[in-house]
Design a protein around this ligand. Structure first.
Ligand code: HEM
Length: 447
């Protein structure tokens, strides 16, 4: 009898705890829907406020940006380099940002079209030649790395590129591991690879300085910079920002391309329309025998909308975070100094108040512009992505060759999402690729 009573009491207590947790979550969710903000102190290991409304996101990222500093865990900052643009604020940030923006401005990326194109073709060709299922996300990371190296260094000696790549892979592997400097651990290896990358970049810098090359790539912009007092950037500043940009560009671009591939595979009608649009461009280029031009990338209107819709649906940067530098009042709520603030891009992108039927993939919704501050795949305000035009250009060029010259098959049972930490389709979207020939299909482009 006593044991039955004990079991019953335990069960009742358990039920109370579970329902309390559930009610709390429900309350937070209702708060989020009503005010676009919720206050779950300590839920991420530190007090934080989540912002689900466009107005609140704008307030933190733009209107009062100076009161909210970007903060990253120290262990991550150590691997990238504390002088990297992400960690800066105020005048120092503005100065670095001008340089990074100049290196990725439309004028600077336009001349890269033929080279991005040739990297895209050789990447796709290598998949087709391999003839087996590939881990699409991993392969796209290699592609994104090659394209980033091109935009950062311009022409780079293949020996440097090989060593940079080897070390970047080790750095990347340990980036999200437990941060301990004990030899043999992933984090330690990562820190060592980071150091070797620093040495390599310094060597390249030395060569470029000796040759006095005035290039428009990122390295050129950073090395040749002098402020009004004639002060240049330190070598550490240059190295940290180059590694920072490599980091910012790689997983994001690869994850985005993986999602585009997934969405167009899942939606036949979308793929057909993209193919029609790209085939017309390919036809104008003598069935792909001539190179793609910058002007042609501007004609890819439908592909562009599909890309925007993929960015909305996948919301690969689901949120960002800042820390209140002082007590801040927002619509009667106090955001205490030191608290983290997280604008939730994904929640905004999937809110039916801003995007009708948000779980439906529908590129046509971008025929009219999204409401102000409701579409922020590249962030917003002074820290918004300076590489966004470059990222879009890469995606358009890659998509052009993918749909006009290749066929593919995706492992069907693979649905779901994986986080590494960016969301990607489960198992990296295993897929097999073939080059199209006229015998594959009469309607396909022959090459
Ligand atoms: C689909 C691809 C990409 C997406 C979705 C993306 C998204 C973002 C977002 C949301 C931010 C703002 C983060 C914040 O406010 O905390 C950001 C910042 C940044 N991104 Fe990207 N990005 C992409 C590709 C790239 C590429 C290709 C580059 C390199 C050229 C790049 C370089 C940067 C840099 C340097 C920052 C920091 C800017 C600053 O702190 O001022 N990104 N990106």
């Amino acid at each position: 009898m006593a044991s039955i009573l004990l079991t019953l009491t335990t069960l009742i207590l358990l039920l109370i705890v579970i329902s309390n947790v559930f009610l709390n979550r429900l309350k937070q969710w209702r708060l989020l829907c009503k005010y676009g903000a919720k206050l779950p102190p300590g839920s991420l290991g530190c007090p934080c406020i989540m912002l689900g409304s466009p107005e609140a996101a704008k307030f933190v990222l733009m209107t009062k940006a100076s009161l909210f500093k970007p903060t990253y865990p120290k262990c991550k900052e150590r691997l990238i380099g504390s002088s990297a643009i992400f960690f800066q604020q105020g005048a120092c940030h503005a100065q670095l940002r001008k340089l990074v923006q100049a290196a990725f401005s439309l004028d600077a990326v336009k001349p890269l079209v033929p080279k991005i194109e040739s990297i895209a073709i050789s990447t796709l060709d290598s998949w087709a030649t391999y003839g087996q299922f590939i881990h699409t996300f991993h392969e796209l990371k290699k592609f994104a790395f090659d394209v980033s190296v091109l935009s950062i260094f311009g022409e780079l000696d293949s020996c440097y590129e090989k060593k940079l790549k080897e070390n970047y892979i080790i750095l990347d592997r340990g980036y999200n591991s437990f941060p301990t400097m004990i030899p043999g651990t992933c984090y330690f290896n990562s820190a060592m690879a980071r150091r070797r990358m620093g040495h390599l970049i310094r060597e390249v810098m030395k060569e470029r300085r000796e040759k006095r090359l005035a290039t428009r790539n990122l390295l050129g912009c950073l090395v040749n910079f002098k402020d009004e007092d004639g002060k240049t950037l330190t070598d550490d500043q240059i190295v940290d920002n180059i590694i920072g940009v490599l980091f910012a560009a790689q997983d994001t671009t690869a994850s985005m391309l993986t999602w585009i591939l997934k969405y167009i595979t899942d939606h036949d009608e979308v793929l057909e329309k993209i193919q029609a649009e790209q085939k017309a461009i390919c036809g104008a280029n003598e069935k792909g025998r001539q190179q793609l031009t910058w002007a042609q990338t501007r004609e890819m209107q439908f592909t562009h909308k599909v890309m925007l819709e993929s960015l909305r649906m996948a919301s690969i940067i689901s949120f960002t975070y800042r820390e209140a530098a002082e007590d801040v009042l927002y619509q009667g709520y106090l955001i205490p100094k030191g608290w983290k603030v997280l604008p939730l891009f994904r929640n905004i992108h999937h809110n039916p108040a801003y995007f009708e039927d948000p779980e439906k993939f529908d590129g046509s919704r971008f025929e009219v512009g999204a409401k102000a501050h409701t579409f922020m795949p590249f962030g917003y305000g002074p820290h918004a992505c300076p590489g966004n035009e470059f990222a879009k250009l890469i995606m358009l060029i890659f998509s052009h060759h993918l749909v006009t010259q290749f066929r593919w098959e995706v492992v069907e049972c693979e649905s779901g999402v994986e986080y590494g930490p960016f969301p990607i389709p489960r198992h990296g979207l295993p897929a097999k690729f073939w080059r199209k020939t006229s015998s594959n299909s009469s309607s396909e482009t022959s090459i």
